[in-house]
Design a protein around this ligand. Structure first.
Ligand SMILES: [Zn+2]
Ligand SMILES: [Zn+2]
Length: 157
């Protein structure tokens, strides 16, 4: 969501993850043990089409008969966030954090104010604007945040 130089640096250093980069590799590169819980949490986050909350991850694990409790889910999530394997963000107006896989891409989101759905959208409209600021006032923009709010197609029906 925001464009942190550190993320870009990490992304450049390790290259873009192939689609099925094994979780074991991702974890061991960060010096983490490849535990069943970490694996399962990463798998659920990767499979979901949009950022998920800790509770959603917890219920998905329970559905898969993975034995885990909610506080363990939080612990796993915190570790993965610390190691930049996943990204934690929160949507304005919501106090729940959501998590998504760190694909080292710069993305923006549209947020439906009715069903609270969050969907990543392609492209960034601010790249030219940042360049213009650098040219015009010599300001080196290092990041930005942009979320768009509205009503999704389903909620308009
Ligand atoms: Zn909606
Ligand atoms: Zn952007």
């Amino acid at each position: 969501m925001d464009k942190k130089p550190s993320n870009r640096a990490v992304g450049a250093a390790i290259g873009r993850e192939p689609a099925q980069a094994s979780y074991k590799e991702m974890l061991s590169r960060e010096g983490l043990k490849n535990t069943k819980h970490r694996n399962s949490v990463l798998h659920i986050i990767e499979k979901s089409a949009q950022p998920v909350t800790a509770e959603q991850i917890y219920f998905a694990l329970v559905n898969q008969a993975v034995s885990i409790n909610l506080s363990s889910v939080y612990r796993v999530l915190n570790t993965l966030v610390e190691k930049h394997l996943i990204i934690k963000s929160s949507m304005a107006g919501e106090n729940k954090a959501v998590f998504e896989l760190n694909r080292f891409e710069h993305k923006h989101y549209v947020v439906c104010t009715q069903c609270k759905k969050v969907v990543a959208v392609p492209g960034c409209p601010l790249e030219d604007y940042e360049k213009m600021l650098a040219d015009k006032i010599g300001f080196d923009v290092q990041g930005h945040q942009l979320e768009l709010y509205g009503i999704c197609r389903d909620c308009k029906k």
